[in-house]
Design a protein around this ligand. Structure first.
Ligand code: IMP
Length: 415
């Protein structure tokens, strides 16, 4: 396959950063297609740990062209800071992506006072709202200083917020001028790259259960992490996408508010949080912990057309005395196997669990599937059968080399 997507199938934080990094070796281009610096991707390389928020996780590979796509919302300050450790990276930014301005963060924080979604307060929702309301600023606005100042001041006035666009532009002027030659028409750039036979990876941020259309609305982000959103968000024909790797953490986590049917409320949650360092990369908030939820995963696989799976953090499962997997929900006395669309209904579902034998041993140094303990293999094949997608990778630790490959997705055929 030459064009693949990599997407989280839960509520974000599934380990997409590490898997993107693992797969980046064979990629020519990596495109982030949605979201902004609300994302937090941790990549460990040699003795370095990089926490990336806006750059694609492939940026640490010098051969990769990293692209920030048209569906993204971009905070220039984050972009300029995050680029610094990668002076040799090739980074291109879409002229159609939207700009997060400082007052978008103010608006986000203000809305949170009453709405309580538990956002990252990075201004994501307000920036996408301005886009949909046809009043936002595209990156293309930066190409002309006076035009930017006029448009940004007008937008601030619309929101009745004091903002000095001239001062903002001039504070970043040096970096903005350096960025100008890298502002591109992403659709056109991709078209040329695809015709040249380049390999392209589309890197999602957040996860399908946070998708504005398919997630646990309203407790979602304001973009579409789901694979089905990629063609429209990057400007590419849908049939050019050949495969989609869904990343599934071996248990569930969620940050922010919103229903979480399989949430664990015992000491086990605390134990897993500490062992796996389950704290938000962007906000530092403790993540909520839960058992694997096959109902939401089946939903995510279906809406995203997932062809392959990567199971991450399998090593952490050894903390559990009993591996519980939610196989159905009970709602008002009825057994259901779908995610209710209304948040009130989703809040009331009772998970029905299967119980699988545990493996209480350290698997973090295992490099081959055959050496995994039998219960670990049974858990993997249980997930594979339930989700009808092929498991290609199993991750047993944060480092690149702690990845068991069952199939190289780049070499898989499209069937
Ligand atoms: P927003 O994207 O900042 O508007 O936040 C909306 C919801 O998405 C909140 O529940 C956030 O905690 C969640 N969220 C946003 N980005 C991430 C992420 O990268 N990982 C996990 N959750 C996220």
């Amino acid at each position: 396959m030459k064009r693949i997507a990599i997407v989280g199938l839960q509520w974000g934080d599934e380990g997409k950063g590490k898997m993107t990094d693992v797969l980046a070796k064979q990629a020519d281009l990596i495109v982030r297609y949605q979201g902004g610096d609300n994302a937090g991707h941790t990549v460990k390389f040699d003795t370095y740990t990089y926490d990336l928020h806006i750059l694609p996780s492939g940026v640490i590979h010098p051969h990769v062209i990293s692209i920030l796509g048209p569906g993204m919302v971009i905070n220039l300050e984050t972009l300029f800071n995050e680029k610094k450790p990668f002076p040799h990276a090739t980074i291109k930014v879409s002229n159609r992506a939207h700009l997060i301005l400082p007052f978008h963060k103010t608006l986000d924080a203000k809305k949170e006072e009453t709405q309580h979604i538990g956002t990252t307060k990075r201004g994501i929702g307000p920036t996408y709202s301005d886009k949909i309301n046809r009043q936002g600023l595209r990156v293309a606005s930066l190409l002309n200083k006076n035009r930017f100042i006029h448009e940004a001041n007008a937008l601030a006035a619309l929101h009745q917020i004091d903002f000095d666009a001239k001062a903002y532009y001039e504070l970043h002027e040096k970096e903005i001028i350096a960025l100008l030659p890298h502002i591109i028409d992403v659709s056109k750039h991709l078209d040329v790259a695809i015709k040249d036979g380049k390999t392209v990876m589309f890197e999602g941020a957040q996860g399908v259960m946070l998708d504005i259309s398919h997630g646990t609305y309203p407790y979602v982000t304001s973009s579409s992490p789901s694979v089905s959103g990629i063609p429209s968000q990057v400007g590419m024909a849908p049939w050019l996408l050949e495969g989609a790797l869904g990343i599934v953490k071996a248990y569930s986590t969620r940050v922010g508010e919103g229903p979480f049917p399989t949430e664990i409320h015992t000491e086990l949650a605390h134990q897993i949080r500490e062992v796996a360092h389950e704290y938000g990369v962007t906000t530092g908030r403790p993540r909520r912990i839960g058992y694997l939820d096959l109902i939401s995963l089946k939903h995510a696989v279906r809406v995203s057309g997932i062809t392959h799976l990567a199971i991450t953090l399998l090593d952490v499962i050894s903390e559990m005395d009993e591996i519980k997997v939610c196989k159905a929900y009970e709602l008002d006395g009825n057994i259901i196997d779908e995610v209710p669309a209304h948040i009130d209904d989703l809040s009331r579902v009772i998970p029905i669990y299967d119980s699988l034998p545990s493996f209480k041993e350290d698997i973090s140094k295992i490099t081959s599937y055959k050496d995994l303990p039998e219960p670990a293999k049974a858990y993997i094949s249980y997930i594979e059968k339930a989700l009808h997608a092929k498991i290609a990778y199993v991750s047993v630790g944060p480092k690149r080399e702690q990845t068991i490959q069952l199939e190289n997705i780049w070499e898989a055929s499209r069937d």
